[in-house]
Every structure is written in C-alpha cells, then in structure tokens.
Design a protein around this ligand. Structure first.
Ligand SMILES: [Zn+2]
Length: 351
C-alpha cells in the first residue's frame, strides 16, 4: 500500500462518520440495515473495517479480520450483543487476503453459514494457505533473483515463505461463486456484485443502488493505493493495466453520489474523484519510472519512483512486487525495454 495523500493539492473527498468509529466488539449503523465493525490489525494499517447486513430473518457478514483469538472474541461479543437472536447465514469475503478471509471459515462453521467469494480468489486463497514453509519453489527464487534480490534478501524470502495460511482459519470445502454483475438480494434490497482486478485476481465489491452504498474492500481505498503486485505465481502478469482498467470501468458504472465503505480508513463520498486520483497516481508513477530508467535499473532500484519514504525490511517484498507491476505496464506501453544479464537479473531502460 502506498500513502499518496501528499500528492494531492487538496482533498476532494468528504469523510463520513469520522470520530464515530466503533470500538472492538461494537457496531455502528451507517445506512439502513448496514452496520460497521472494526477489527484490530498490527501493522501500519491498524484496523480493518468489516460489515454486517441485516438480511431478513438473518445476518450477512462482509469480510472477517485475521484469524486470531482476540479478533474472534470481538466477533463473539458482536454475535452475543447485536444479532437479536438471528443467525449469520452467509459470509462474503471481498478477496483472498488474510485480513478479509481470516475468520471466514471459523464463522461459517460456527453458524453453519455459506461462504460467498469469487472463484479465482477462493481457489488462490486455498492454494496459498496450503504452502508450507519448506515448499519454496526454485522458480520463485529465480523470479526474485531476476528482480535484483541479493542472497540475504533471498534468505529472508525463504524464511517468510509459507506464512500466508497462518492468518486464515481453514476455508470450507465448498463455496458460492460470486460473478461480475451478479444480482444479490440482501435484506429485501437489490445489491450488485462488481468485480475489480489488480489488487486481487477477482476482487468483489458490493453495490446497493437503493441505499447508494458500495462496500469497496481494498479496491477503492480513500488515502492509500492498494498494493498492485506481480508475484512468482504469474511472473509475466500486468496487474497495473488491469487495475487502471477497473478504475475506469467503475467510474463508468457507478453513480457519483455514493457512500463508500472501504476496508481500511474512513468512510467517504467522492467515488469518481477517488477513482480518477488512483488512475492519476499510477500514471505519474509510470512517468517517474520512465525518467529513472534513463540508465539501466533493476526492479529493486526503482522504489524512488513509487515510494516517498524508505522501503523497510517488511515492505521490501510488496514494494518489489509493485515495482515489477509498474515495469510490466511500462513495458507493454513500449516505454521501457528489458535485458537479462548473465546472472539472470533483469535490467530495465527507457525504450
Ligand atoms: Zn487486500
């Protein structure tokens, strides 16, 4: 994630419910039948926003927080206090990342509820969660060597490998597939699934025309840009092209006057402005990348085009993925070319 607030001359968004954030284990109604809860996290993003939707004689949950005991206690307090004796019957996970899917399996088993996800994210989540610490594939090492990792960075990669599953309680064997444009009836209202790309394979957003609300997950965050990364699982992907195209399509399909419910930070109005900002931010980053590549650069050398603060040990991996995503987009636009040296390291230069 990149903090791009300082890139703005002014902030065109209107924040809602600031100072009214629910405490852990509490909820706040933000639209008719739409309730906001916050689950703690432990990194720079210290929380995730999750949602409960009144669903006739039941409840629907959207996103679930990391699989940790104290977060399950928060959920239990919500279940004991606010559900009016009605069960949770379905859980939506907007996408595969652990802060969204972490307790989905746990809540499904607790209530006998169904999990609703996009197909790509359901299966990718299962595959990634199954990776053990000893399974580091040779082609993944080759991928990071090509990006410019030295031996100590590669050792860190080997150490970190296989940790994805630690944040996720086991997903159920089966799920309900959510597809783009799908009509969903929740609490007697029409909701529509809109799928975005780039941050996750098929990121589900839930839009309710009647309430003028969109549950946006990580796809349209107000102050930071979601991480857009190329990973060893699809080493030639161009997720930044996919993300920019999604922003354009969302801007065409959504009305401007929505309350956006993002997975992190504040609720806001100004979805068209924010989508334009997200596109512009990446376009500017591509121009800076081009300037930087006047001399040949490795993926790990182009961080200054994308990040204004120093890249730390923990942000080094997502920063590398994000750099490669920008380089691949620039390559497809014929802005840069790439050559591999005899050690298999890729050097990028203005075309
Ligand atoms: Zn995410």
């Amino acid at each position: 994630m990149v903090d791009n607030m300082s890139k703005r001359g002014f902030d065109p968004l209107t924040y809602r419910f600031e100072g009214e954030e629910p405490e852990p284990g509490g909820i706040k109604e933000v639209a008719d039948g739409v309730f906001w809860a916050r689950m703690p996290m432990w990194d720079r993003l210290n929380h995730i926003n999750v949602w409960l939707l009144r669903d006739n004689e039941a409840w629907t949950v959207v996103d679930t927080g990391l699989n940790r005991e104290d977060i399950q206690k928060c959920w239990q307090t919500i279940f004991d206090t606010f559900l009016e004796g009605k069960p949770v019957t379905r859980i939506f996970a907007t996408h595969l990342h652990g802060d969204h899917t972490g307790n989905a399996g746990w809540i499904c088993r607790k209530w006998g509820a169904e999990l609703w996800m996009s197909r790509s994210d359901f299966y990718m989540c299962k595959v990634m969660a199954a990776d053990g610490p000893n399974d580091v594939p040779d082609d993944a090492i080759k991928f990071y060597r090509r990006a410019g990792f030295d031996e100590s960075r590669l050792a860190r990669y080997r150490e970190r490998f296989g940790q994805f599953g630690a944040n996720i309680s086991e997903l159920p064997a089966g799920y309900r597939r959510v597809t783009d444009g799908q009509y969903l009836e929740i609490g007697g209202r029409e909701w529509r699934a809109i799928i975005g790309h780039g941050h996750a394979p098929e990121h589900v957003c839930l839009y309710c025309p009647e309430l003028k609300v969109i549950i946006a997950g990580d796809q349209i965050l107000p102050k930071i840009t979601p991480n857009i990364s190329v990973n060893p699982s699809e080493p030639n992907a161009n997720p930044l092209r996919d993300f920019i195209n999604s922003c354009t399509r969302f801007r065409e399909q959504l009305p401007p006057d929505l309350l956006v419910l993002p997975a992190h930070e504040s609720l806001y109005e100004g979805v068209h402005e924010r989508l334009t900002e997200l596109i512009d931010w990446h376009e500017v980053a591509l121009e800076k990348l081009y300037e930087l590549c006047a001399e040949p650069k490795r993926a790990v050398d182009v961080f200054p085009a994308l990040f204004k603060s120093d890249v730390t040990d923990t942000s080094f991996f997502p920063a590398t993925g994000e750099s490669i995503a920008h380089l691949h987009c620039a390559l497809e636009r014929r802005m840069v070319r790439v050559e591999e040296d005899e050690d298999g390291v890729a050097w990028w230069q203005q075309a």
